[in-house]
Design a protein around this ligand. Structure first.
Ligand SMILES: Cc1cc2nc3c(=O)[nH]c(=O)nc-3n(C[C@H](O)[C@H](O)[C@H](O)COP(=O)(O)OP(=O)(O)OC[C@H]3O[C@@H](n4cnc5c(N)ncnc54)[C@H](O)[C@@H]3O)c2cc1C
Length: 403
């Protein structure tokens, strides 16, 4: 019986693990190793700082669900992959061998690009993990009690601009709800060349829409911006503009997870797994990757303010399914190999723009596209909520075959 080892138990890991088990049943043993006992619906972290969600509202225990689907779960952390020997070294269980490995370990946060960017230094907030999002909720309450200027930023090298925009617009909304918006100057800093580029080249009408939102909500912005210095109460941009702040939230660049940074045969200089378009490692043919863990090269010219490509939930799901299909093909020896270049995966996202949610739909993530749409939901803001409930339900039931 072949053993398929999956590192990571969130979007990409759960999808790949259950999909491959569904396809191959008793022909394979599927093991998921993860330090997280809970599945986390990451997109709803943007609501935690405003008290709209608690972390417990957007998590569920992953092990019982995986077990029901015939997948074993090991609560442990991969430390290093040794692909020449087909083993993963783990923190608690020593070496675990595999016939096929699926890397779905997400990303780590690169706070080292700037002194004082790390929330540990108590100057800047971040919302990318449950712990940091909960701390940001305390910072928001402090701001409401003691208002002052706020800087929200995606730093140079960041790729998750969408989440930063969502935080920005929700900040505006909830400061209004709490009656202190008129005492808070909000400034948005982004490495994007224009508002609404999002690291995917923009969407027709998106720049105009976001400029209108910024003007309507009274938010100042700096595009093509880098951050040079973070000091207590002052942020200096690359062009020496100084912006005072009382509270600031910044999204840093992502790197591969530590386990992958420790596995140099498999990754690029940032720790992302180098794959072909079937999400199979370019040299080690029994190693696959899905989701945030995959290296994606941005099809944009390098600029003074560099930024990356967002690897969002839908592509993570698609990659997880392609990986499962290709492992099945390999085991069955049918000569088939499924591919889907990252840039050709459809883009499906709902952005919470505070007072209004905005639907973003494209037939390809990267241009050229035959179809692209960015429209505010003119009826009611139900899309993001329904998506959250649906995704939590779908993953809790392990129904990964659904879209
Ligand atoms: C604040 C925020 C908002 C977002 N909003 C949206 C949105 O609205 N729409 C959208 O489509 N996308 C959104 N995204 C992106 C989306 O969350 C990611 O695409 C998705 O989480 C990627 O899934 P993944 O499984 O690849 O990685 P992750 O979800 O990060 O999961 C990684 C898994 O690997 C595990 N792991 C880590 N290290 C190890 C190790 N050493 N050994 C074993 N396992 C390990 C982790 O515990 C976790 O289970 C958002 C992201 C953020 C941060």
């Amino acid at each position: 019986m072949k053993r398929i080892l999956v590192l990571g138990s969130n979007f990409a890991g759960v999808t790949a693990a259950i999909s491959v088990k569904r396809k191959l049943g008793n022909e394979v043993e599927v093991l998921v190793i993860s330090p997280s006992r809970n599945f986390l619906y990451v997109p709803s972290l943007i609501w935690v700082p405003f008290g709209i969600r608690k972390v417990k509202d957007i998590t569920f225990a992953v092990e019982p669900m995986l077990n029901k689907k015939g997948v074993k779960f090991i609560h442990d952390r991969g430390v290093k992959v040794i692909p020449n020997r087909n083993v993963v070294i783990t923190e608690k269980n020593g070496e675990i061998s595999y016939d096929y490995l699926v890397v779905a370990t997400g990303a780590s946060l690169n706070f080292d690009i700037l002194p004082n960017l790390n929330p540990k230094d108590k100057m800047i907030q971040c919302i990318v993990t449950p712990e940091l999002a909960e701390k940001s909720a305390i910072a928001f309450e402090d701001l409401v009690k003691n208002p002052g200027p706020v800087v929200v930023a995606a730093t140079q090298g960041a790729s998750c601009m969408g989440a930063a925009y969502e935080y920005l617009f929700n900040l505006d909304k909830y400061l209004r709800v709490r009656g202190v918006r008129d005492q808070v100057d909000i400034t948005w800093i982004t490495p994007e060349p224009f508002l609404g580029h999002f690291g995917i080249g923009g969407i027709v009408g998106g720049q105009t829409m976001l400029e209108i939102f910024m003007k309507m909500y009274g938010i100042k912005w700096h595009t093509n911006a880098t951050i040079k210095k973070i000091e207590k109460h002052n942020i200096t941009l690359g062009d020496d503009t100084n912006i005072p702040y009382k509270m600031s939230m910044m999204i840093p660049p992502f790197l591969g997870a530590d386990v992958m940074k420790n596995s140099p045969e498999l990754v690029d200089e940032k720790g992302f797994v180098i794959t072909n378009e079937g999400y199979q490692h370019i040299n080690f043919k029994n190693v696959y990757a899905a989701g945030l863990a995959v290296e994606v090269i941005a099809p944009f010219k390098k600029s003074a303010a560099p930024f990356g490509v967002p690897k969002t939930g839908f592509p993570s799901d698609v990659m997880g399914k392609i990986v499962a299909e290709n492992i099945k093909n390999d085991i069955k020896g049918n000569g088939k190999f499924k591919t889907m270049p990252f840039g050709k995966i459809p883009g499906i996202c709902i952005m919470d723009a505070g007072k209004k949610e905005v639907w973003i739909l494209t037939n390809h993530l990267f241009k050229p596209r035959q179809f692209e749409l960015m429209i505010p939901n003119i009826f009611y803001n139900f899309g993001k909520l329904i998506l959250e409930k649906y995704m939590l339900w779908k993953n809790k039931k392990g129904l990964v075959q659904l879209p």
